[in-house]
Write a protein that binds this ligand. Structure first.
Ligand code: ADP
Ligand code: MG
Length: 678
């Protein structure tokens, strides 16, 4: 039997079961062997019946006193057995497995695992059981798999054991010998056995470590080769002369911070080098990334070429457009703005195509088909975490290897810096412009909501402005209102204190523009909005933000939102309201009250939600991690990274080792990375 064989050739499987296995995505022997247990029952840890605790999963060993089928009125089959172990008695119940009754003869010794619950009297709902007389071993740790109809635990365990024993001698070790020794890794064939049928915790960990290492190594091989490829490519090489710089800096209305200057130096080095820039500019909300990107765009323009800047929302794109026009007033530069709702696109697109427009700002509309640049030298992507890899690549296709500058306020936890961002250079702006006071954040419960209202009134009376943010446009339920309802309510409450307006993504863009414009000009006191204002919006006079139903937002998102205030030397306040009755919600909100450090918040967010949701794994274009964990297995990730870089160097492997490794990568990635090792 081979790993690539279909499962129906395994003894005891056949075509019918094979179809059931396909439901679990198990088609080949290899799929089966990599269908890893998600949990283990350690039967050595058995509980005496007298000491069982309600609601917990426990294992007992006892003899059958009596067993019977319990009559039910529905079609549910219940079998119940009373077990005794010398300390007490308890009922064990099986659902929809009527055939079990035959095995439960009086006096039979059983091991039973399940949760104890109360159903008239205490009972154990059986998840796993074994008739001890007939079992092969009783002291082992028992693997538990995800199952489906027609594919039960016992069946899976049996065919995995069967298949693994048979193919074990033929499992190719894809890691070179020196790596196995260097990192003290179990061989793949052994590791699989250890993970499916561990005899001890140590053995299990040994097996898991090897399989996790493989996942990390694959990831790191891809990352390392991506990086190598970028640096070997030729991009648009730009010139920066003192005269050019002088003209650029004359446009910047304030002295740059040291952190901004450093970032500019790093960008300059990339732009003037042969390889295309691939740089991520990272810095907490409000640190001043936009102006740094302006530098890069103006370098492109000074070289007679074009720059494009993409933002995730129309509101933000329009804001960037306005800012650029203001800063570049009086120059000959032409700046265009393209969003889904831009009118008279034809003229604009023509001017982009013939080079009359030097800087084009916009949303994802920028990479739609009709958009052609004359000579695009630089792509800036603001709030890059909002875009997927595909979208970024599409924009890059608008030119041959253009320079790429991405920006984000979402800090990259170290584990992601080594993976998703492993092929990116990072510049960090770690200081705020001088004089900033971070917003004070507090939480008010539903009963204290009036306090928030009173507070907003006070600030409006002082001539300051405020945001109210709601999680949706329409009401979610009676307790979680949307922006439209909130707007009506706040309007009523602010009578005599200031103008209240509504802003959300479904409004016509012209109307949105007018409202943002009036808010910027302080003609509106309070803006009730959805998350359309989450990213980028920069209105310095706004000092209060009330976030309704804060429990519905992600942590990083809440931090972004509150970054809309505290953008000047005035004090500012973020008031979170909503329902934090669950422990998890309470913990999350506490993080925001405790710190203003976006990096800490991101790490915490990553810990609570996992990387998938945090950055959207599908964004990364990297293979999924099934068992390895970016946070808990971080040290192993670092080792795999080192090894991947080493493997890509010449002479580390002999020809045979290299071809085996390459074959493994191709199998795992569906040939996507066939140029990986060259
Ligand atoms: P973000 O990094 O969140 O995109 P912005 O680029 O929008 O931040 O900048 C936030 C605010 O700080 C803007 O009003 C900008 O004009 C201002 N700003 C940026 N750099 C400086 C600086 N060096 N000194 C003073 N204000 C600055
Ligand atoms: Mg920004």
């Amino acid at each position: 039997m081979l790993l690539s064989d279909e499962v129906r050739y395994i003894k005891g499987v056949g075509p019918v079961r094979a179809e059931r296995l396909a439901v679990l995505d198990i088609r080949t022997v290899s799929d089966l062997l990599f269908h890893l247990p998600y949990r283990y029952i350690d039967r050595r840890e058995k509980t005496e019946i007298a000491r069982l605790r309600l609601g917990e999963r426990q294992t007992i060993v006892g003899r059958v006193v009596e067993a019977k089928a319990v009559p039910t009125r529905s079609r549910l089959h219940i079998v119940s057995a009373t077990l005794e172990d010398g300390t007490g008695r308890i009922d064990a119940v099986w659902f929809n497995q009527p055939y079990i009754l035959d095995k439960l003869k009086e006096g039979t010794l059983l091991s039973v695992t399940g949760k104890m619950r109360l159903w008239k009297r205490p009972q154990i709902a059986v998840e796993e059981y074994e008739v001890l007389g007939e079992s092969i071993r009783t002291d082992e740790m028992l693997s538990v798999y995800s199952v489906t109809e027609g594919v039960g635990q016992k069946f899976l365990r049996r065919i995995i054991r069967q298949a693994l024993s048979e193919v074990r001698p033929y499992i190719v070790e894809h890691l070179p010998e020196y790596l196995l020794n260097k990192r003290n890794l179990a061989r793949l064939a052994d590791a699989l056995w250890m993970v499916h049928f561990p005899e001890s915790e140590e053995e299990l960990q040994m097996g898991l470590r090897r399989l996790k290492y493989d996942e990390f190594l694959l990831l790191q091989l891809i990352v390392a080769s991506r990086k190598k490829r970028t640096k070997n490519r030729t991009g648009v090489q730009l010139k920066v002369t003192p005269k050019i710089e002088e003209r650029i800096f004359a446009r910047i209305p304030f002295p740059l911070t040291k952190a901004q200057k450093n970032a500019i130096q790093e960008i300059k080095r990339d732009l003037t080098a042969k390889y295309p820039m691939n740089r991520l500019l990272q810095g907490d909300v409000g640190c001043g990334k936009t102006i740094v990107s302006l530098y890069a765009m103006l370098v492109a323009v000074a070289n007679g070429m074009q720059a494009a800047m993409m933002a995730p929302t129309e509101v933000l794109a329009e804001q960037h457009h306005l800012l650029l026009k203001r800063l570049l007033e009086g120059s000959k530069l032409k700046i265009g703005c393209l969003t889904a709702s831009t009118e008279s696109k034809e003229t604009l697109l023509r001017m982009v195509a013939n080079g009359d427009i030097q800087i084009l700002v916009g949303t994802h509309a920028l990479f739609s088909e009709g958009v052609c640049f004359k000579n695009l030298a630089l792509v800036v992507i603001d709030e890059q975490q909002k875009f997927g890899v595909e979208q970024r690549l599409k924009l890059l296709e608008k030119a041959q290897a253009p320079n790429l500058l991405t920006m984000t306020a979402t800090p990259i936890p170290r584990s992601l810096a080594l993976t998703i961002f492993g092929d990116t250079d990072v510049s960090l702006i770690d200081k705020m412009p001088p004089g900033r006071i971070p917003p004070k954040t507090s939480f008010l419960s539903k009963n204290e909501f009036e306090e928030a209202v009173e507070f907003v009134r006070q600030r409006l009376r002082k001539g300051e402005q405020a945001f109210v943010v709601c999680p949706s446009i329409e009401d979610i339920d009676e307790n979680q209102r949307g922006a439209i309802s909130a707007f009506k309510d706040w309007k009523e409450k602010m009578k005599g204190y200031g103008t209240v307006e509504l802003l959300h993504g479904k409004m016509p863009p012209e109307k949105r523009d007018i409202i943002m414009e009036r808010f910027r000009a302080a003609k509106i006191g309070l803006l009730v909005a959805t998350t359309v204002i989450e990213v980028g919006v920069d209105v310095v006079n706004a000092t209060v933000m009330v976030i309704e139903n804060a429990q519905r937002f992600g942590l990083a998102q809440l931090h972004q939102l509150r970054g809309r205030i505290g953008r000047s030397t005035k004090p500012s306040w973020c008031i979170l309201t909503g329902d934090i009755s669950t422990e998890e919600a309470r913990k999350r909100i506490q993080v925001l009250l405790d710190t203003n450090d976006g990096f800490k918040i991101a790490e915490e967010d990553l810990r609570m939600r996992g990387p998938g949701e945090f950055f959207g794994e599908k964004q990364s274009g990297l293979p999924d991690l099934k068992i390895a964990d970016l946070i808990n297995d971080y040290p192993l990730l670092v080792e795999a990274r080192e090894d991947a870089q080493e493997l890509l160097q010449e002479g580390k492997m002999n020809e045979r080792e290299e071809s085996i490794l390459r074959k493994w990568v191709m199998e795992k990635t569906g040939s996507k990375w066939r140029f990986l090792i060259q």
